[in-house]
Design a protein around this ligand. Structure first.
Ligand code: SF4
Length: 285
């Protein structure tokens, strides 16, 4: 049996990491030994979607390289202000999918909850950067309204906790929520959308593991994550080194896992699940 976590009043490592994130463009370019000119667009974009990046993530970036792929995820560029035809503030239609406070319904059987607007990192590609978190967050009512909606709709079998980043909430809050979800008989899965394990890995501490293990029984989630990463890494290296098309052509195992390519669904089960047309991958290569 796994003992219950003891809530601590001490600020943990991950909370310190969130507080100490780099938010000053000048500091970021200095830390990475970049030309000061890279800080200018970030300063002018601060009022729209400011820079935020944990130091743990900065530490993995290459110095002196403005094209570093990790840096490009977080560094504001002047082109963000360009007007582009067809670009909209809500590209995935979140606002049309609102079915309650902070509750989104897009797919049969599945509900997504906007748990919080807080994030550990501000990703420049974020499709929710303009989402009205101040009005539409399930935590505004302490999850009560969202839980009521989940209980009332027996067609649901899956809940996704999203945001913002739900793992910026305390373990206690996550555990309370998960316990309530577990009591709803028709909900079979609780998924969590998060970037914390990547940008502040110390967030996956004992407390959050307990919240996962005790409330949604699973088979050693941490070990299975290691196993999955070990199994998938060789394919990711191939994709990175060869480019997607060459890697897929060269490796039948990779080709088998392609869900969509060139705007077409290339996996029969995915096409069937979403009621979309299926196109064999070979026709597109
Ligand atoms: S919601 Fe997710 S993708 Fe968007 S800024 Fe936050 S962590 Fe990044």
């Amino acid at each position: 049996m796994i003992p219950a976590p003891v809530p601590s009043s001490q600020p943990s490592d991950w909370r310190r990491a969130l507080r100490n994130a780099v938010t000053s463009p000048d500091e970021l370019v200095k830390l990475l030994e970049l030309d000061e000119a890279w800080a200018r667009p970030a300063r002018s974009l601060a009022h729209r979607f400011p820079l935020r990046v944990p130091r743990e993530f900065v530490a993995r970036m290459r110095h002196g390289d403005p094209a570093d792929p990790l840096l490009r995820q977080v560094l504001p560029l002047a082109s963000e202000l360009d007007d582009c035809e067809g670009y909209v503030d809500d590209p995935v239609g979140d606002l049309d999918a609102l079915a309650g406070p902070g509750l989104l319904r897009k797919y049969a059987g599945r509900a997504l909850l906007i748990a919080t607007g807080a994030c550990a990192v501000h990703c420049r590609y974020c499709f929710r950067r303009n989402f009205p978190y101040d009005k539409e967050s399930a935590t505004r009512s302490g999850f009560a309204a969202a839980l009521e909606a989940l209980r009332a709709d027996e067609s649901l079998n899956e809940v996704i906790l999203s945001g913002g980043d739900p793992l910026t909430l305390s373990d206690r809050r996550l555990a309370d929520f998960a316990r309530e979800v577990q009591r709803i008989a028709h909900i079979r899965r609780l998924r969590v959308h998060t970037r914390l394990p990547v940008v502040v890995p110390q967030r996956i501490d004992e407390g959050v593991l307990h919240y996962g293990v005790t409330n949604m029984p699973g088979a050693v989630p941490r070990t299975s994550t290691y196993a999955l990463s070990n199994a998938t890494l060789p394919y990711m290296v191939k994709l990175a080194n060869m480019g997607a098309e060459t890697a897929i052509q060269a490796n039948p195992a990779l080709a088998k896992g392609v869900n969509s390519y060139k705007g077409k669904i290339t996996y029969p089960a995915v096409a069937e699940a979403f009621g979309l047309a299926y196109t064999p991958l070979e026709e597109l290569l």
